[in-house]
Ligand binder design. Structure first.
Ligand SMILES: [Zn+2]
Ligand SMILES: [Zn+2]
Length: 273
């Protein structure tokens, strides 16, 4: 049994109708939440690493500076994951594994702060991250400087297209990270190349960390995808919609599972921050 703590690493501000089709026009705070997981045998594990101050230096050069204009950032150094862990008396060396759901900058920026941890990532995501550069990278939400290249060779890669673990209703087969059923990784295609979610067996019940498989809990409840404009920057719009529908069907089939989209305002509000 795991324990899970969700931490806010900062936010960007985006128009609500972009996040969810049919929303009233207003600016929406889009927090980047990460999971701090404690495993009885494998110690500390992170699910994503959120924003970190280095995203500002990484987005200094063109064309990456456009990232800041597209998603205006509201960061505070104390919210950087490494600093939040330090406040809990946790050093970076104590983190054994970092699961990167996908390589978008708001999930990756903190990775370099945990140099000793094993990066767990989908093979497809890693391949895209190593191939894309310049405008092509930016169009996909990647900032290449945030991916520490020296970590790539030691990464634990997950073959998302060939998973053999027990299937979840509607969401398909899984990869049992530690072989004990505590963390099952699964594919959430469409939003970004090789996006993974994770089903955790926690002391508070099962939790599905859904990364950006959906941006909000409401989008899952109501089956509302992002605006069509977002199609320009996602990997596969059709797959994105299919994943949203599968999450919706999964939520109905498994009401015992808490589904956590990483940027959901309801989840953020539940943190009491
Ligand atoms: Zn994303
Ligand atoms: Zn994101």
């Amino acid at each position: 049994m795991l324990t899970l703590e969700l931490l806010d690493t900062g936010m960007c501000v985006v128009p609500a109708p972009l996040v969810m089709r049919g929303s009233a026009w207003r600016q929406m705070d889009c927090h980047a939440l990460v999971g701090l997981i404690r495993h009885p045998r494998h110690g500390l594990i992170l699910f994503d690493t959120g924003y970190a101050p280095r995203i500002l230096t990484a987005t200094e050069p063109w064309p990456y500076r456009l990232y800041r204009y597209a998603t205006p950032l509201h960061l505070r150094p104390e919210l950087a994951l490494v600093n939040q862990l330090a406040a809990r008396g946790i050093t970076p060396a104590e983190v054994g594994h970092v699961i990167i759901s996908h390589l978008h900058a708001d999930h990756l920026a903190g990775l370099a702060d945990f140099p000793a941890a094993t990066m767990v990532i989908a093979a497809q995501a890693l391949q895209a991250g190593l191939t894309l550069n310049g405008v092509a990278a930016l169009q996909r939400g990647y900032i290449p400087a945030l991916l520490p290249r020296q970590r790539v060779g030691k990464a634990l890669t997950v073959p998302l297209g060939h998973l053999r673990g027990p299937a979840l209703p509607h969401l398909g087969p899984t990869h049992d990270l530690f072989g004990d059923g505590s963390i099952r990784l699964l594919a959430l295609p469409g939003h970004a190349y090789g996006q993974m979610g994770a089903l955790l067996q926690t002391t508070d019940g099962p939790v599905l960390l859904a990364a950006d498989g959906a941006w909000t809990s409401r989008a899952i409840r109501e089956g509302r995808p992002p605006a069509r404009l977002i199609n320009l920057i996602v990997d596969d719009p059709r797959a994105l919609r299919a994943t949203l529908n599968k999450l919706r069907a999964f939520a109905k089939a498994r009401p015992d599972v808490r589904i956590v989209p990483c940027h959901c305002p309801e989840v953020f509000a539940s943190l009491g921050g």
